[in-house]
Design a protein around this ligand. Structure first.
Ligand SMILES: CC(C)(COP(=O)(O)OP(=O)(O)OC[C@H]1O[C@@H](n2cnc3c(N)ncnc32)[C@H](O)[C@@H]1OP(=O)(O)O)[C@@H](O)C(=O)NCCC(=O)NCCS
Length: 183
């Protein structure tokens, strides 16, 4: 199966419907932490909900509009990265990520997002990438900064999550910026 090495013990691979059981176990370990800022851990609470989440994403992938990848560490699914939005015709995409606590703090998310951005810019011709993050999410904001994103503004109290309205920072990265950072 196709895999990209992120470290000696960590691989990035497509995340598909047949991973539902592994994904549910991953969510059971990481739901509270990961679900602080994103919605899908609260949908993947049983096998049916988990399959439905992965199936919906697979359908969107078939339409070239989103894509999900998992990060396995020593053979256990611990996190992932995604294109929640992928608009090839318009040259715009959004990048997102999650990691359960056991896999955090190693730079694997930053590296995996770099793989996605390389693919988006160099293979798919994407011009503009966005990063949407809760204003309180310091770890995710740190990833955006490490990748070279620029803060554009704040959508105030736009996101109702777990009964509370959160504000969202929108960061962006343009293809020429990514290319010049790599050279
Ligand atoms: C956002 C999230 C994925 C970030 O995970 P992370 O593990 O901090 O991100 P990285 O893998 O890039 O690791 C960065 C950390 O590893 C450290 N690190 C170690 N080696 C590194 C390397 N080679 N390169 C970069 N960072 C490295 C960094 O210093 C940083 O640690 P610090 O936060 O203590 O400074 C995680 O906090 C999470 O899942 N949060 C909940 C869900 C969520 O918010 N998702 C994003 C929604 S916008």
């Amino acid at each position: 199966m196709f895999a990209i090495d992120l470290a000696d013990d960590a691989q990035l691979r497509p995340l598909e419907v047949w991973h539902a059981e592994e994904f549910l176990a991953h969510m059971d370990r990481g739901r509270e932490f990961i679900g602080q800022y994103i919605a899908f851990p609260d949908r993947a609470v049983d096998l049916d909900g988990t399959r439905e989440f992965l199936r919906t994403n697979a359908e969107k992938a078939a339409n070239d509009s989103t894509r999900l990848f998992g990060i396995w560490i020593e053979g256990t699914l611990r996190g992932g990265v995604l294109f929640p939005v992928f608009d090839a015709a318009g040259g715009n995409a959004e990048v997102g990520c999650w990691m359960e606590p056991a896999g955090a703090g190693r730079g694997l998310i930053t590296k995996a997002c770099g793989v996605l951005i390389d693919h988006a810019v160099h293979v798919r011709g994407i011009h503009r990438l966005e990063w949407h993050v809760c204003t309180e999410n310091e770890k995710s904001i740190a990833v955006a900064k490490r990748l070279g994103f620029t803060l554009e503004g704040v959508q105030r109290e736009n996101y109702l999550h777990r009964g509370r309205r959160q504000s969202t920072e929108v960061w962006s990265l343009l293809a020429p910026e990514w290319r010049s950072a790599a050279s």
